[in-house]
Design a protein around this ligand. Structure first.
Ligand code: PHE
Length: 340
């Protein structure tokens, strides 16, 4: 009994694991106090041995269970102390803050610029009928001008009226869809969507984005188009940039134009990045009367202009040399994306 009491009180007072190990050895070890006492049991008269044996077992159990309890309470205290050692007044770990993808940022910026002058943002299908992407835009079936659009076709039986199913190669397919939606002008549409063409090099990827403007109303002339171009160029690229128009050809506009912007590096003087001071922005023109007719609008009553430019292209023209391969935008390369 004495052994039990002194062992238990020593265990309770112990302050660490090491001390507990020593106490355990001192009592239960091979030459420990308890072990030795047990050995002396042979000296006890035979009739008392059973009672003494039982008592000895109780003492052993008591020492062992006290030891176990103490070990777990020491462990708990240690973890509690660790918790308390966190200095809650110290500066925290800042969570990493990401940002929208460059293309998403550019789309938002372009939308906002056109929103200011009353354009409504829409988004028309990427999987489209031949009718909307070509036929209604004044491209007769098998016309060679279609080749420039390097189109992906989807294996599906063509529709009797709308033709084959394709991945739209330009946002101009939205022109007819918008005319159908609005039925009567005025129309001021900004269609921003994904487009697809069979192409891949430093300045092209098979999937890209275009933004397409369409304005149809009474007495719309080419001066409205030029004013809109200048407004966009100055808002997006900066006040010091100028735009110019050159004659071109598209099936769905007449006259058709290509729009250039002064180079951001040399500011129009001419450098190795540009063509004598100018960078090509994209196509534009006055809506062809046949296109208005396809959209159910009377070309004798209404006129319009349209433009369609690549989101990736305007972004690269703004950022310049930092994006030397357009496909990097879709590489999910975090080192590249973190620069912006
Ligand atoms: N859809 C033409 C293209 O993909 C661009 C364009 C749009 C041209 C509207 C004129 C008018 O190149």
């Amino acid at each position: 009994m004495q052994i039990k009491n002194s062992a238990v009180s020593m265990i309770i007072d112990a302050s660490d694991q090491k001390e507990l190990e020593e106490i355990k050895l001192q009592f239960l070890g091979r030459s420990g106090k308890f072990t030795l006492t047990l050995k002396n049991i042979t000296k006890v008269p035979a009739e008392k041995r059973a009672t003494i044996g039982k008592l000895a077992n109780e003492v052993k159990d008591a020492i062992e269970s006290t030891l176990e309890e103490k070990i777990s309470s020491l462990k708990y205290q240690a973890s509690d102390r660790r918790k308390q050692s966190i200095d809650i007044t110290g500066p925290g770990i800042k969570p990493e803050i990401g940002h929208l993808h460059l293309i998403t940022q550019a789309i938002e910026e372009v939308s906002e610029i056109f929103n200011h002058i009353g354009f409504t943002r829409v988004r028309y299908p990427e999987v489209e009928w031949d009718w909307y992407a070509f036929e209604a835009l004044n491209f007769p079936q098998n016309h060679p001008a279609r080749d420039d659009w390097e189109t992906f076709f989807i294996k599906q039986t063509p529709d009797a009226k709308k033709g084959s199913v394709i991945l739209t190669p330009h946002t101009s397919s939205g022109q007819i869809r918008e005319m159908e939606r609005k039925k009567t002008p005025p129309i001021r549409m900004l269609n921003i969507a994904k487009c697809y063409r069979r192409q891949s090099d430093v300045s092209h990827s098979p999937m890209f984005h275009q933004f397409e403007g369409l304005v149809v109303d009474k007495s719309i002339s080419i001066t409205h188009l030029k004013g809109t171009l200048d407004y966009f160029v100055k808002s997006y690229f900066g006040e010091d940039r100028k735009s110019r128009i050159r004659p071109y050809h598209f099936q769905f506009t007449e006259p058709s134009l290509e729009v250039d912007v002064t180079c951001g590096v040399c500011k129009g003087k001419g450098c190795k990045l540009c063509k004598e001071g100018w960078l090509e922005l994209g196509g534009a023109g006055m809506v062809h009367p046949n296109v208005l007719k396809s959209g159910g609008i009377n070309p004798k009553e209404y006129t319009g202009f349209a433009f369609g430019w690549g989101v990736e292209r305007v972004l690269i023209m703004k950022e310049g040399i930092k994006i030397d391969d357009l496909r990097l935008l879709y590489s999910s390369n975090i080192n590249f994306l973190e620069q912006f």
